[in-house]
Design a protein around this ligand. Structure first.
Ligand code: AMP
Length: 209
């Protein structure tokens, strides 16, 4: 199978070529067409499976149809457990978004550093990659609004729960609009992950790698 058959645009295919990805990994073969069709996805997959590109590529494509974001209203929220993963995932959005005809703006926000530069940088962002605690601080400061989100990604959901982010995650879920696409990735299907899956996902495609 080649990336050409998955429904991605020529500009994304060029970016994939630039990254020297020759063939889609199994999770990418399954997840990319489903996410392009706005289906919910539960991916049970570890780091190294190619899970990041499996959601980054179709999300960038789906964002091409979005109108300009209203002041501090983001379109896509990616929740991650750590600063390192936030920076890494944002980097993948940048790499694959570099050749798009329309600029899709992304940002990573995380705790342990000053909040002010993040508040300023949130102007005009489409895709926000965030750790839960810092996101809530930014929401409380009115630096970002979650009511316009059309896609929610939970990446490394099991790790987020293990690190004690359950309450923060539930607070965030309450701030999201009901109608949205949900994508959940986790290395394991623990009881807590199952609970979130049953609470959030609507008839998902389940992929186990
Ligand atoms: P991830 O599981 O998303 O952390 O990705 C693991 C590594 O695999 C990263 O270094 C990616 O750049 C790389 N990767 C992801 N998909 C592909 C692919 N289709 N072909 C080659 N490398 C890939």
């Amino acid at each position: 199978m080649s990336f050409n058959s998955l429904g991605l645009s020529p500009s994304l295919l060029r970016a994939i070529e630039d990254q020297n990805y020759n063939q889609p990994y199994p999770i990418q073969q399954e997840a990319i067409p489903a996410i392009l069709h706005r289906q919910d996805v539960l991916g049970i997959a570890k780091t190294g499976s190619g899970k990041t590109a499996s959601y980054v590529l179709p999300i960038l494509m789906n964002c091409m149809g979005n109108s300009v974001t209203k002041n501090r209203h983001i379109n896509v929220l990616v929740l991650v457990p750590t600063r390192e993963l936030a920076v890494q995932v944002r980097g993948v959005f940048q790499e694959f978004g570099s050749e798009l005809p329309k600029r899709i703006s992304s940002l990573a926000v995380y705790g342990g550093v000053s909040i002010n530069p993040q508040m300023i940088a949130l102007q005009g962002v489409n895709i926000l990659v965030a750790t839960p605690g810092r996101l809530l601080e930014l929401v409380d400061s009115n630096a970002v609004h979650l009511s316009g989100i059309d896609t929610l990604v939970l990446d490394e959901a099991d790790k987020m729960l293990n690190l004690g982010f359950k309450d923060e995650m539930n607070q965030i879920f309450k701030l999201l609009p009901n109608k949205r696409q949900n994508l959940l990735f986790s290395a394991t299907l623990s009881d807590d992950v199952k609970n979130i899956h049953q609470l959030l996902l609507n008839n998902p495609l389940i992929i186990k790698i």
